[in-house]
Design a protein around this ligand. Structure first.
Ligand code: COA
Length: 299
């Protein structure tokens, strides 16, 4: 950015100043996300801080009134997330101030984010282009929808840490960049399944505790059939409990499988990118595809 972002901002009767997100307590961050109806537990914020960086906006008496984060994924690539302004201070320019400060600090050329309806216009003013809809599917699993048998010769099994390198290799063309550190951190807190064709990994899925229950993601596969195969065991494990999955697939076999299980579309956000080079890999290239996001912030 050409102009320096002011260190202080007058918002209504308040004066806000920046602080590094690592300087405030997890309970303050949780209170902020709760104020906008987001379900993050303190452990979820811890995970975000383990792999990301960010700023908070503090008022004169040290209350956390806003936040923004970015998550470096390898060289020249980052995802943005956790942009929040406390409801009492909204529509006064605080989010714009936070994003400007973040862009000043984050020099990645390729940036991807998932914008809520409230944030879409702000992100567009910074040059982010809308590309895809993400369907936030969630709910109590009612039953396990009928799924086709796993393709002959393929083997579905729990993944171990020793599978992390092949998971990273399958994931890279789908996600758009190598995200080893993120996948490693996710692995530590997830139950993971892989679909193998002999020694070749064809699909993988992860499931971890998050918010109100558990979230399934990331999920990467070459085709919808394989994506369903690796999500199936997570759905089976959660009959009667809350599960969430964020996907670009609102219809078709995968979208139908998710929604018929009880995870209905709760909300939709928009994947936006700073340049075409920040896009996900696409089905047209014959490369693997991201069927479920790790989270809206991680992409
Ligand atoms: C999205 C969110 C962060 C926006 O925060 P905010 O502080 O209200 O954002 P800003 O004030 O910078 O901008 C919001 C709007 O107010 C307008 N605005 C800013 N200052 C203004 C002022 N002084 N008077 C009138 N309008 C103003 C902006 O132009 C913007 O309008 P637009 O949405 O039409 O582009 C906030 O609504 C929020 O926390 N929502 C819930 C969580 C969420 O959705 N986060 C986004 C994740 S991607």
């Amino acid at each position: 950015m050409d102009t320096k972002v002011p260190e202080k901002l007058h918002v209504d009767a308040f004066e806000l100043r920046f602080a590094d997100i690592s300087e405030v307590s997890l309970s303050q961050l949780q209170a902020l996300s709760m104020s906008v109806g987001w379900p993050h537990r303190s452990q979820d914020w811890q995970h975000l801080r383990d792999v990301g960086r960010g700023f908070v906006a503090l008022d004169e008496i040290g209350r956390v009134s806003g936040s923004t984060m970015w998550f470096p994924h390898g060289e020249n690539f980052a995802t943005f997330g956790m942009l929040i302004t406390a409801p009492r201070l909204q529509t006064n320019g605080a989010a714009e101030w936070l994003v400007k400060r973040m862009l000043e600090e984050c020099h990645h050329e390729r940036i991807r984010l998932n914008a809520t309806r409230a944030a879409r216009r702000i992100c567009a003013t910074f040059g982010f282009m809308p590309k895809q809809t993400v369907f936030q599917c969630q709910g109590e699993i009612l039953s396990v929808p009928q799924a086709a048998d796993i393709r002959q010769g393929l083997d579905l099994r729990r993944l171990e840490c020793s599978d992390l390198d092949v998971v990273t290799a399958l994931d890279e063309p789908a996600f758009g960049t190598r995200r080893y550190e993120h996948l490693k951190r996710l692995f530590e807190s997830s139950i993971c399944y892989g679909l193998y064709d002999g020694g070749r990994l064809m699909a993988y899925s992860m499931r971890r505790r998050f918010g109100r229950g558990h979230v399934v993601g990331p999920v990467v596969a070459y085709c919808e059939e394989d994506a369903i195969a690796v999500v199936h065991p997570h759905v089976v494990a959660h009959v009667g409990s809350f599960l969430r999955l964020d996907t670009h697939f609102g219809a078709g076999p995968f979208g139908s499988f998710i929604q018929q299980s009880g995870m209905s579309v709760f909300d939709a956000v928009t994947t936006m990118v700073s340049s075409e080079s920040a896009l996900y890999g696409g089905p047209s290239t014959g490369a693997p595809i991201v069927f479920a996001l790790a989270s809206q912030s991680f992409g």
